[in-house]
Design a protein around this ligand. Sequence first.
Ligand code: 6R9
Length: 652
Amino acid sequence: MLDQREGMYWPDEGMANSAHADRAKYDAMYKESIEDPEGFWAREGKRIDWIKPYRKVKNTSFAPGNIDIRWFEDGTLNVSANCIDRHLLNRADQTAIIWEPDDPKDAAQHISYRDLLEHTCRMANVLKDMGVGKGDRVVLYMPMIPEAAYAMLACTRIGAVHSIVFAGFSPDALGARINGSDARVVITADHAPRGGKATHLKSNTDAALLHCRDDVKVLVVKRTGAQTTWVEGRDHDYNALAAEASPYCTPAEMSAEDPLFILYTSGSTGQPKGVVHTTGGYLVYAAMTHQYTFDYHDGDVFWCTADVGWVTGHSYIVYGPLANGATTLMFEGVPTWPDAGRFWATCEKHKVNQFYTAPTAIRALMAHGPEPVAKYDMSSLKVLGTVGEPINPEAWNWYNEVVGKGKVPIVDTWWQTETGGHLLTPLPGAIPTKPGSATLPFFGVQPVILDPQTGQEIDTTEAEGVLCIKDSWPGQMRTVWGDHERFEKTYFADYKTYYFSGDGCRRDADGYYWITGRVDDVINVSGHRMGTAEVESALVAHPKVAEAAVVGYPHAIKGQGIYAYVTLMGGEQPSDELRKDLEGWVRNEIGPIAKPDCIQFAPGLPKTRSGKIMRRILRKIAENDYGALGDISTLADPEVVDDLIKNRMNKG
Ligand code: 6R9
């Protein structure tokens, strides 16, 4: 039983004794990682195999005008060889990937490391035959099937750079990302079944390609066998080509700082940006965090419920676990289909040891009560993890009591697409936890809390402000694809010489960190990042919309919901039909995750005299918190506020 003292949950002694790190080891290693980063990472870098060993370890600068981040820069390696070949000596027949399909009536697959090598090599050879070479970009728009992992690894095998687009994104969003990275090959599938429904990935790809260069080729994986349109010469049949391809492909020798992948993510301004991660530092960091944060031991079955379309899927379904020779579970379905016991049935079926999910999923399942959990034997669980957004204490307690039976440590991991791996997290067996806190920094990470007004570090233990990181860690993103200036402007300009996370944070008297949420115009919907600017630009692209402002508001399951204020063009009338039309419009422009939860038609939006929309006021109205509207006397037209309050959408 977890020992509860001083408002904290302490790891039990057995766990502390068997874990990769107990408290004393965490403290000593953390100290070393900060005082001697060169020595620390020189040693830890060896957890992966290098073709040519590095001599230089850390060469990083956060200096204004010279943001330059390099780790292990003179070393060479291949990521797929690290995730597959090097395990063949000892674990060729061990399962690398357990695939659990959408429909529990269909058989799960167990893919051994030996099979993984063959599948990856065949895919790599197919890509080569399609003309893909070192440095070329390949877009993946895939269901959660083993071929998604083969495709990622096949790209790394030949030194191509993958850019995964979440299968829930619309054709327009896909097209923009294909163009953004100038990719010439898209890998997709006929259909993506999820929760008993199918997304037509191939026809979405067809639609996306109407906006792309003519020479983009498509590699189509068969998932359901459903009929799709076929463009001769452009579309390639993966299953037929892979069957004929050679089962071996020599891994390309890549430099540590060659790009490994691009992943688009939302920011506070403009269109999503392509976060670039490179080869050596990313893999070292993904592998190390996977081992320590989840206390992963050989033979354990690890399950991260994310989609490979998000960074969590990159680092903790594929790269971290496979670099460690783990058995990683890949799940195609959703938590509530066929019923709310699916996660727990799957934990029992595959004897899952570490389970990693998002607070939004926990809240959705919590609403179904404890019965769907109680039906299954989950005694295999050793560690429970969460990621994506702050976890509220009710959800934390439910996770602890109902899922973990009060015996399983919870790791609340704070990190970002940009960080490559966990930056703040407890280590089970070492760090006592407090519900809602991501606790302490991982090795090599120096969090600081800055005063948002002065930009000065607050050096008292108890502090509240914006969360920045003082120095580089190996998993850090290196640049924004094609726009290094935007990289500097987004992350290093507001607070010079620091990496700015975009999150607010509090540090308590024990030095524990508590994320308070984004301080910019990014909202977090079911753990997915969404720029309010993106949703606004989708809305104003509608012919009947003159102006739109989007804010987040508290939502019981999603964490935050999307609240859109829309001003119509002169002569247009608000109606429920138009509201539905706008919802569908945003779905088409971005994807279902961006569909507004509330659309309020507003004859005017509150603006300052200089024409700036006062989002603070819109947020308060969406939150139903009129008492705290603050000073509205600076508004150009204070009356609009009364109208907004009167016509507020009646949600919660
Ligand atoms: C990994 C991932 C990053 C943003 C981040 C923060 C929020 C993530 C969190 C958390 C509180 C946690 N976030 N983990 N907030 N506690 N444990 O989610 O990446 O999609 O880029 O989102 O998510 O606001 O800035 P990404």
